[in-house]
Design a protein. Structure first.
Ligand SMILES: *[C@@H]1O[C@H](CO)[C@@H](O)[C@H](O)[C@H]1NC(C)=O
Ligand SMILES: *[C@@H]1O[C@H](CO)[C@@H](O)[C@H](O)[C@H]1NC(C)=O
Ligand SMILES: *[C@@H]1O[C@H](CO)[C@@H](O)[C@H](O)[C@H]1NC(C)=O
Ligand SMILES: *[C@@H]1O[C@H](CO)[C@@H](O)[C@H](O)[C@H]1NC(C)=O
Ligand SMILES: *[C@@H]1O[C@H](CO)[C@@H](O)[C@H](O)[C@H]1NC(C)=O
Ligand SMILES: *[C@@H]1O[C@H](CO)[C@@H](O)[C@H](O)[C@H]1NC(C)=O
Ligand SMILES: *[C@@H]1O[C@H](CO)[C@@H](O)[C@H](O)[C@H]1NC(C)=O
Ligand SMILES: *[C@@H]1O[C@H](CO)[C@@H](O)[C@H](O)[C@H]1NC(C)=O
Ligand SMILES: *[C@@H]1O[C@H](CO)[C@@H](O)[C@H](O)[C@H]1NC(C)=O
Ligand SMILES: *[C@@H]1O[C@H](CO)[C@@H](O)[C@H](O)[C@H]1NC(C)=O
Length: 524
């Protein structure tokens, strides 16, 4: 009886739908599928709204100021939003957007940074290089139909190559560990400024993919050589060391020593750990020692104070910051990628415990969204665990008691990490609650942050309407936030994280640009 009513409901929905791409039989058969398809369509519309706002008022500058239709060039003036949006537009098969971006990219001059701003090796690699390499992989793979000419793809490849060639001098240090803040004009950098763990450890996927694509090993060699210092760390002060598998944050360019033992899964450290397992996905035979390091880091994090439970909500698990010797009970939106990353590791290693640990982190990060007035999670929060709680309930903040945590920085910068982890959780479990949570999150972002010609960061997730708009729309909203919100609903997408037991054919860089894994690469 229930099934019958669902079927009837599905027929009503479909006969009133103008979408003729799907044969009638398939439409009648699957009601849940339709709900997610409609959601995916609505997210694509939101993406295109934001794109056309940018195209009208800011293109080809780096980003739009949506409230006064102005723009800025915080990423060296090469059109960060356009390059970051490419892979998402391809997956959504937004043909006009793809065509516009493909026509633009060959005109970028990566030799010159606008206003001689320093170039961040890390940001440039994950946004620009990653975006172009992904364009090549998608347009020579399942989305060939979106480009009319092979010249488009050749141009992407040449631009990626020219950018990497220009940035290569970053590795010209006594150790080969790259500097991050590059002066393009003089091709130099401050040799005394240490490099961060996430900087040195996040280049390897993009630079290795580039090497494989153009058959020039140097790019892979440079990044893998630098990575060896991270895999076999030495510490300036050897008396204190972080937990097994974990690392400090700052690295001396001339000695390769870690200068501290601070760290965790938050900003500055995050994507070093993320890429250890992603390199294993890229080529399991070649990067198996990276996987071992990753598993060690996860084991240490899951079994120490780094995994912390608020005393009033012991069901929640947050990853803490680590000051070198102790856990600091504070976490961040950026660290919320970890749930999805642990799930990815669980999928490729066939390890159900890892999936459950990742789900616990993901579910807890989803709770910081549902605990606010806007339905959006804050930038940072803190809590007290059993040990720290002094037993005086009356002294406790009401929010700590109700929610388990208190907000310490209430802004929201259009970040993707929670949507990202929800996506991995859905791929691993098939549990529709993750699709619903992701949809609710996307709707909350759309309701609160959409303003003027696009979307803006907001100052306070726990006041009605989000407080003040920053009037700034980050390029990663296009690369990541829209993409993960869409992919979890777009069951039919030709590119996905594979489910348990299936072979992974794509790996997403930290900016959500999908790259072909090594076994899938045809001769190019
Ligand atoms: C309906 O679609 C969902 C989502 O793609 C899928 O998980 C489910 O197996 C489908 N059900 C049927 C009866 O085909
Ligand atoms: C960038 O510099 C390289 C190396 O000097 C040169 O080959 C290339 O033509 C330059 N590109 C542009 C667009 O000026
Ligand atoms: C790159 O590394 C490979 C393997 O370690 C080595 O055989 C090759 O000579 C290196 N190439 C360059 C240009 O250093
Ligand atoms: C190394 O760290 C230990 C423990 O914190 C400290 O006592 C010692 O002074 C440090 N040594 C140096 C050379 O900084
Ligand atoms: C699975 O993951 C758990 C949690 O990190 C770990 O303790 C266990 O050793 C892993 N199992 C295998 C077979 O690697
Ligand atoms: C996940 O969290 C639940 C609720 O706190 C807990 O019972 C379970 O043991 C956790 N799972 C893992 C693998 O730690
Ligand atoms: C958000 O504000 C409401 C009303 O002031 C409060 O009840 C709630 O605890 C706050 N949420 C968080 C996470 O602080
Ligand atoms: C986003 O907001 C716009 C404007 O309010 C609305 O038309 C659209 O339906 C919303 N989309 C979603 C997915 O909520
Ligand atoms: C918005 O900005 C104004 C002016 O800077 C400030 O007075 C006000 O407190 C802010 N509102 C919120 C909710 O943050
Ligand atoms: C638009 O707003 C930004 C900051 O929010 C400001 O820097 C800029 O001057 C404004 N532009 C115009 C044209 O008003």
């Amino acid at each position: 009886m229930r099934l019958y009513r669902i079927l009837v409901g599905a027929i009503v929905v479909f006969t009133s739908s103008a979408n003729s791409r799907f044969p009638p039989v398939a439409r009648i058969e699957n009601h849940t599928h339709t709900i997610s398809q409609k959601r995916a369509q609505a997210i694509k519309e939101a993406f295109e709204f934001a794109w056309y706002g940018y195209q009208t008022f800011a293109f080809p500058n780096d980003e739009l100021h949506p409230i006064n239709n102005s723009f800025s060039d915080s990423r060296n003036g090469w059109g960060a939003t356009a390059v970051d949006a490419l892979s998402t537009a391809i997956l959504m098969e937004s043909q006009d957007v793809v065509t516009t971006i493909l026509k633009y990219i060959p005109s970028i001059n990566f030799n010159v940074s606008k206003g001689n701003q320093p170039v961040s090796l890390f940001e440039t690699t994950i946004r620009y290089l990653g975006g172009m390499l992904s364009g090549v992989d998608l347009l020579t793979g399942p989305y060939q139909h979106l480009t009319e000419s092979p010249d488009d793809v050749t141009a992407l490849k040449l631009q990626a190559l020219s950018l990497a060639n220009k940035m290569k001098f970053a590795f010209d240090t006594p150790t080969g560990i790259p500097a991050n803040n590059l002066n393009f004009k003089g091709e130099n950098y401050d040799p005394f400024q240490p490099t961060g763990l996430a900087v040195a450890g996040t280049l390897i996927l993009e630079w290795t993919r580039l090497s494989d694509m153009v058959h020039v090993p140097d790019f892979a060699n440079l990044t893998q050589h630098a990575e060896n210092y991270l895999l076999l760390p030495t510490y300036k002060n050897a008396t204190i060391q972080p937990l097994l598998g974990l690392r400090g944050t700052s690295i001396d360019l001339s000695t390769g020593d870690f200068l501290d033992t601070k760290g965790g899964w938050g900003g500055g450290d995050d994507s070093y750990y993320e890429y250890l397992i992603k390199m294993f996905v890229y080529d399991p035979a070649h990067f198996s020692d990276y996987k071992d390091e990753w598993l060690q880091a996860v084991k240490s994090s899951a079994t120490s104070e780094i995994s912390s439970h608020p005393y009033s909500r012991p069901d929640l698990t947050f990853l803490t910051n680590w000051n070198g010797q102790d856990a600091i009970l504070r976490s961040s939106h950026l660290a919320c990628f970890a749930g999805g990353n642990w799930i990815l590791g669980g999928l490729v290693l066939g390890n159900q415990t890892l999936i459950e640990l990742g789900q616990n982190l993901t579910d807890s990060c989803a709770e910081i969204y549902t605990a606010t007035i806007t339905g959006i999670g804050p930038e940072t929060w803190s809590w007290e665990d059993e040990e720290f709680f002094d037993g005086d309930e009356f002294e406790e903040d009401r929010s700590t008691k109700e929610n388990g945590f208190i907000i310490t920085d209430p802004m929201y910068d259009l970040r993707p990490e929670v949507l990202e982890s929800l996506y991995y959780a859905y791929r691993a479990t098939g549990d529709k609650k993750y699709q619903d949570w992701s949809w609710n999150t996307f709707k909350a972002i759309n309701t609160t942050c959409r303003t003027g010609s696009g979307y803006s960061a907001i100052s306070n997730v726990n006041v009605t309407h989000g407080g003040n708009f920053s009037n700034f729309q980050e390029s990663f909203m296009f690369a990541e936030t829209f993409k993960y919100a869409w992919l979890i609903q777009a069951e039919d997408s030709k590119v996905h994280v594979a489910k348990m037991g299936e072979e992974q054919t794509w790996v997403f860089n930290t900016e959500a640009h999908p790259l072909k894994v090594r076994s899938q690469q045809a001769q190019q």
